[in-house]
Write a protein that binds this ligand. Structure first.
Ligand code: PMV
Length: 328
């Protein structure tokens, strides 16, 4: 299919990101317009690498993730995103998408964020669309909300916006602004029972969501300032509070969801007691059981060792502030 018979290909890499102030709930699920703004840090050391090849000889799109050809829901979501790119570029050629993560998929280590950031960049480049960072971020958002934050570099804010045109993410500080380390305790490699897409759609069923949303603007201000001023104590307090608020909403939605495992709670307790004893560390948990322990580089070794010794922790991954999604 397609009038242009040439094969066009591009490859992009992207890092996942960890939200310090979480995105939970959409006001428009179709466009993935969030109910609230969010702030995150890209995670250098964890990488998604995605090659997109528009090939006129293909009779359908093809998705190969970590060496396995996928059909099902993940495939449909990628096809829908490719459809958006084809529409923008005015082409109708099918594509082969080959993507690899060097970290476990679907365990709360935001693989959909790096997946849709890399896919957006590779697909638009292969389709010879030359989009600005802002346009790439908006487009990535429509594939997976948090993906819009993996497009710009370093410490990133996703402004809630008024609509599709101004709901995008931008960098608030470059990766080398602050030498934070994310020690990620992998508690389970199982695929999570409730996807974040389902979770977002249930957020408003929790009686706590409205209270959480009312707090977010103030929390964004505190978090942004803590990052810009490199104030770890302030950051730690707001990051843990915000993570607990999101999980309180998740646990009180209909139907309720509990992502935590015993080891998740054990780590939360340990991190709080380390902080009381003067170690700059705090926890935050996405939609899964794994725990991100954010610390300063000077205490990363100690935190890494400490987490590794907790029963139920299968592995500890390490990441530092990461760059923007980029073509390779
Ligand atoms: O982008 P999604 O739909 O995978 O949602 C991400 C939701 C959280 O990871 C739990 C929070 C966030 O802001 O990243």
């Amino acid at each position: 299919m397609g009038s242009d018979q040439s094969i066009r290909s591009a490859c992009a890499i992207s890092n996942p990101n960890i939200a310090f102030i979480k995105y939970w709930g959409n006001r428009d699920a179709h466009l993935r317009l969030p109910s609230n703004g969010s702030i995150s840090m890209n995670l250098e050391g964890l990488t998604t690498r995605t090659q997109v090849t528009f090939d006129p000889s293909l009779e359908s799109d093809i998705l190969v993730l970590n060496g396995r050809r996928l059909t099902g829901a993940a495939f449909s979501r990628v096809c829908l995103h490719l459809e958006r790119v084809r529409h923008m570029a005015g082409i109708n050629t099918y594509a082969q998408v080959t993507s690899e993560n060097d970290f476990p998929t679907g365990t709360g280590i935001a693989s959909s964020a790096s997946a849709f950031a890399a896919l957006t960049l590779a697909a638009t480049a292969a389709a010879e669309l030359h989009l600005s960072e802002r346009e790439l971020s908006r487009l990535a958002r429509s594939g997976s909300g948090s993906a819009c934050r993996s497009v710009p570099a370093g410490f990133v804010e996703w402004q809630v916006g008024e609509g599709d045109h101004d709901s995008y993410a931008f960098s608030i500080a470059p990766p080398d602004h602050w030498d934070l380390v994310d020690c990620i305790a992998v508690v389970s490699r199982e695929h999570k029972p409730t996807s974040s897409t389902e979770g977002h759609s249930m957020a408003d069923t929790s009686p706590l969501q409205a209270a959480r949303l009312a707090q977010v603007p103030a929390h964004l201000d505190i978090c942004r300032r803590a990052i810009l001023e490199k104030d770890f104590d302030r950051l730690a307090e707001i990051v843990e509070l915000d993570s607990n608020l999101m999980h309180a909403v998740i646990m009180t939605s209909t139907p309720p969801v509990l992502y935590w495992k015993p080891a998740t709670i054990e780590i939360m307790g340990q991190v709080q007691s380390w902080r009381k004893s003067g170690v700059p560390a705090c926890y935050t948990i996405d939609a899964g059981p794994n725990v991100h322990v954010i610390c300063q580089a000077s205490s990363a070794e100690k935190v890494f060792q400490g987490i590794s010794e907790i029963p139920g922790v299968n592995a500890v991954l390490r990441a530092i502030p990461g760059g923007a999604a980029r073509l390779v």
